[in-house]
Ligand binder design. Structure first.
Ligand code: A3P
Length: 293
């Protein structure tokens, strides 16, 4: 295959794995120099929680008041700076270039709060934390590893499952990620939303997001954006919007896909691990795990 050797694809930084083709140690080294602005919109999600979907939704919500022409200008500004607004991606120069982006910046990250630049918490920037049930997240990540040339492939689901449970994947442990974010859950500048609630009622989800960030939109805006950000619509445009990553990023877009691949024992193991690590926390209650047993 056209894949690199697994040991060349990943690197470990402060005990957490990252893919070498999208993140670099020297960038993580200067991450703390990122300067948050009070009007930044920060979007957070463990990989495969639906980050790209949320990003698209929030961009549309934030930009609803711009004309087509103004939107183009904003997008071109990003392109010219070669800065996609992923906090931990790219070369170490991104934090300087991000200073040149016009407000309101939308910044996306997969990082836990203990790994984020301190200015994010010192500023008044609001943070939206996206969560997804662990089983669908695990399945989505499995296919992502196997479908992307820049991540190692797994010979079997069982082997992968063990790594997911032990947090030996890029961006670390799903469970640690949620546990760390749970510490901030009562902060008024933080809101959590789940993949499942966005699937169930995208318009209601978007209304919650808009009210949290203070975006004002009319009913027609919400229904227009819901159509534009449906799985089908985003998948159709994926090669245009996400290039070679399109196919792997927009895979199924459903709730409950874990049923196709989890064994009964793995289902029980996951339930136990979820209870042991997150049981009783507020963030766990956002996930409504019981519904997916
Ligand atoms: P599946 O692999 O289960 O299909 P991320 O963007 O964080 O990498 O998450 C990717 C997951 O979000 C994938 O899940 C993908 O299909 C799903 N997704 C992407 N766009 C979506 C949309 N518009 N609606 C629902 N799910 C979407």
């Amino acid at each position: 295959s056209d894949k690199m050797a697994p040991e060349d694809m990943l690197f470990s930084y402060k005990g957490i794995l990252y893919p070498i083709t999208v993140c670099r140690p020297e960038t993580l080294e200067v991450l703390h120099t990122f300067e948050a602005r009070s009007d930044d919109v920060i979007l957070v999600g463990y990989p495969k929680s639906g980050t790209n979907w949320l990003e698209q939704m929030v961009k549309e919500l934030a930009d609803a008041k711009y004309t087509e022409e103004e939107m183009k200008e904003r997008i071109n500004a990003e392109k010219k700076l070669e800065t996609f607004q992923r906090l931990e991606f790219g070369d170490p120069g991104i934090y300087e270039r991000m200073k040149q982006l016009p407000s309101r910046r939308i910044i996306v990250t997969h990082l836990r709060p203990d790994l984020l630049p301190p200015s994010i918490f010192q500023s008044k920037a609001k943070i939206l934390v996206l969560v997804r049930n662990p089983k669908d997240t695990a399945v989505s990540y499995y296919h992502f590893y196997n479908n992307l040339p820049l991540l190692p492939s797994y010979d079997s689901w069982d082997e992968y499952f063990a790594d997911f449970m032990n947090g030996k994947l890029t961006w670390g442990s799903y469970f640690d990620h949620l546990l760390e974010w749970n510490k901030y859950i009562d902060n008024e500048r933080i809101m959590t939303i789940s993949y499942e609630e966005l699937k169930e009622d995208p318009i209601l989800g978007m209304k919650k997001i808009a009210s949290f960030f203070g975006f004002s939109l009319c009913e027609e805006d919400f229904s227009r954006i819901a159509k534009k950000t449906s799985f089908k619509a985003m998948k159709e445009k994926s090669s245009e919007t996400h290039g070679k990553f399109g196919d792997a990023l927009f895979r199924k877009g459903v709730v409950g896909n874990w049923r196709d691949i989890f064994s009964k024992a793995q289902n029980e193991e996951m339930y136990q691990k979820f209870q042991d690590s997150l049981g009783g926390t507020k963030i766990a209650s956002k996930i409504k795990y019981d519904v997916y047993c």
